[in-house]
Design a protein around this ligand. Sequence first.
Ligand code: ARG
Length: 548
Amino acid sequence: MNLEALLAGRLAAAFAAVAGETVDPVVRQSQHADFQSGAALALARRLGRPPREVAAEVADKSDLAGLASVEVSGPGFLNLAVDDAVLATAVDALDDDRLGVPPVARPERIVIDYSGPNAAKELQVGHLRSTIIGDALARLHAWLGHEVIRRNHLGDWGTQFGMLIEHMVDLGGDAAEHSLGDLTDFYRAARRKFDADDRFRTRSRLRVVALQSGDELTRSLWRRLVGQTESTFMDTYARLGVTLTPADFVGESFYQDQLESVLSELDEKGLLVESEGALCVFPAGFTGRDGEPLPLIVRKSDGGFGYAATDLAALRHRVRTLGATRLLYVVGAPQRTHFRMVFEVCRRAGWLPPEVTAEHIEFGSILGADGKMFRTRSGDNVTLAALLDEAVERASSPAVGIGAIKYADLSGDRRSDYVFDWDRMLASTGNTGPYLQYAYARIRSIFRQADAAEAGPVSLGAPAERRLALALLGFEPAVTAAAAHREPHRLAVYLHELAVAFTGFYESCPILRSAGPTRASRLTLADRTARTLAIGLSLLGIDLPEEM
Ligand code: ARG
């Protein structure tokens, strides 16, 4: 049962009577009352009347019988106190595997573009945020009943593959296979030769041409190289509990044969402009630092297609062929202008019709203790594999260590930068993964000492029981808000508040040492908390140990 919606429904009639039109009562849980509505304040402004008077009139006309009591507070808020019996029944009802949250009425087909590492390089800490924020959004939307299509937009195409393939050729069969095991070394070795050796450089350029023209041997070497990196990515995704599968790997190479038609459609629509030998679109409203119009380069002056062209093709494909109604791109904030321009060009080309939404899901950077980009002591990029190893070692548990990293990332507003801090994220108190996991494990331990069948109807006596009941009823609004704003931290913050409410309850209301209906009720409260933590954390992609 969604109590916010229920209360809003009852208040809506009173608001309509006072306003003479429909008003959304915007009922929310609050620090000051069980629930609160601030809608009378805005209404009073519109009506040009004193807010407290408007609020009082709404309160007067409200029929909340059998549900709650209402009073006017402060400048004109409506404070609602829900009847204990209503709260108790609502908590009782949270006994199914969806905690009473119905699937959305109108499911959308949502393409979520996330992770997107570059093939032939190892996954770095720089890929962490896209990967886990994207995965949380994928889990959340799928759970709400949307059709989610995951897309891992690998950087698996481009001129750097010339030198990499040529390096494979130099090493020959087995040695190449072997050295691909360490991608960072492999990439560096190829790069060193490229920088130092003219002949190697020439061969690499020819190799790019061979790759682009579809030369069979070159293609098969390229496939091996990409295949090898994909399987190392899959290993790390598996450790991270990320739901990307090999079928979701649809890299830049996939769109290569669609680029000519991107170009010709743009041309037909009169959008292409030649500028310094390159073919560009100048979408309105984008200017550089000097005030000059900013081009989106579709075909470079050397005739090659780049990152932007591929994103145009990918967007067109996702709408036209996959039938997406919503597109989410979980990519760092530095690509903001790129995506705004891609979206604008696609709108003008007719590839992004008004009924389809495209959104860049931005996020900030992970910083080191020095406030600069998080790196190793020697200034190298931190590989994800190494980071996960360290997490597991520090926590002595994959679920706790990896959960701590993911929770630290997902529990803050994604737009903000954050400092990577082992001590803080692994702390057993505070807004951390281990704290939530511990709350869950504690409840599991209770149910090893009591039989689940002993749980019975909820009755609310102590204030801590009431607070926990209200916290439990906050799940649906939190999930809905996290999805609506594409902000996983709204769910994380909620789960933390729930765990805090549970801790308060656990400390002041004995469960196993109580008896009769009180024990039955408290076991139900504990059970509902465990279910909520389990589902909520699974939507964030965080595992829960049964014992800690
Ligand atoms: N490979 C890109 C990078 O490392 C990220 C890809 C993001 N997705 C996209 N459709 N452009 O920056």
